[in-house]
Design a protein around this ligand. Structure first.
Ligand code: SF4
Length: 329
């Protein structure tokens, strides 16, 4: 029986530090896995290439594929939407746009006809957990081997993570191991420095969190920073909104606004699709991010809760706070 050690890598500081711990401990049969959501900044892709080269550890990149589910959705629309009396122009627009693009995040939204939200956070499961399970973990487990899943979570990141054990058994030979659970942020960057590994350059460009850019849970200050430094990201999300909108039965799909999104006139309930797109789109969210208190309120842009992304498995980095990377590079 072989023991496999797999580090879930996001390109963020915590998962990188976890990989560095595994390397420092001379862990046998070590490999890293990165679930590519298609919504990452290109600096993260470049950083992962650097990391793979600098550490010599094999990095497996996995991507979710929604081709079959999009095909199924097309059949559903052709029959059920018509039976439900959805207008023919909406049906035809959806059928037109329901084609796999190869970008996992966009394909997920097209398939669902909406963006994920804080209350329906299907992105972590569909884009990260399941591809890792299906493409890396299950094939290894099938051989009867033991597998240790190294997760870069820290207790001080969120309530969800505070009471996690350092090690637990999932069953069937699969174990979770969280070697940096008790670490603080300076220790994380110290590990980079000690091992001679640069942190993701996004940390020195105003980003406190690395992962989807933007994350559907991103905070007001983070959105403002992204719009300022990486306007092309906002352009991309705007394009995704116009595509996903066409795949929606309701004719509206905005990156941040879920069904309970608010705006100065109250809830979006009862508004037309055009009105929703006008007041709750990414451009309006960016405008709001530049305001002080007040202005348009988006429920899903949380000013105070930095734990919104806190998957217990460390699949989405949750920290959004200024980080001091002095001496880490
Ligand atoms: S980083 Fe945010 S948007 Fe991306 S998968 Fe995680 S929760 Fe979803």
């Amino acid at each position: 029986m072989t023991t496999h050690n797999i580090v879930s890598l996001s390109g963020g500081k915590d998962s990188t530090a976890t990989l560095l711990v595994a390397i420092a401990l001379e862990t046998p049969n070590l490999q890293a896995v990165f679930a590519d959501t298609g919504n990452e900044h290109e600096l993260t892709y470049a950083y992962l290439d650097y990391l793979e080269k600098a550490t010599g550890i094999r990095l497996t990149r996995v991507r979710a594929d929604f081709t079959k589910r999009i095909e199924g959705k097309r059949r559903f629309i052709e029959t059920k939407w018509r039976e439900q009396g959805i207008s023919e122009s909406v049906v035809l627009a959806a059928l037109d746009v329901l084609q796999p693009t190869g970008n996992p995040f966009l394909d997920l939204c097209i398939w669902k006809g909406r963006f994920p939200s804080r209350k329906a956070q299907f992105c972590t499961m569909e884009l990260k957990r399941d591809p890792m399970l299906e493409q890396v973990i299950m094939p290894l487990m099938g051989k009867g081997d033991m597998l240790i899943s190294w997760q870069g979570v820290r207790a001080d990141e969120s309530l969800n993570r505070r009471y996690l054990p350092e090690c637990d058994e999932v069953g069937g030979g699969l174990f979770n191991y969280r070697p940096i659970l008790k670490w603080d942020i300076p220790a994380v960057f110290e590990a980079h420095r000690y091992m001679g590994i640069k942190p993701n350059p996004l940390y020195s460009q105003g980003m406190g969190r690395v992962g989807c850019m933007p994350c559907i849970n991103c905070r007001k200050d983070e959105l403002r920073e992204i719009a300022l430094r990486f306007p092309e990201v906002i352009d991309r999300i705007e394009r995704w909104e116009s595509i996903t909108q066409l795949a929606s039965k309701y004719g509206a799909a905005t990156f941040f606004a879920g069904s309970n999104a608010k705006h100065p006139r109250g809830s979006i309930a009862g508004l037309s699709a055009a009105e929703i797109m006008e007041i709750a789109c990414i451009r309006q969210a960016v405008e709001w991010s530049k305001t002080a208190r007040g202005g348009i309120q988006f429920d899903l842009l949380i000013e105070t809760d930095s734990s919104a992304c806190s998957s217990a498995y460390g699949l989405c980095e949750s920290t959004w706070e200024p980080v001091n990377i002095k001496g880490a590079a």
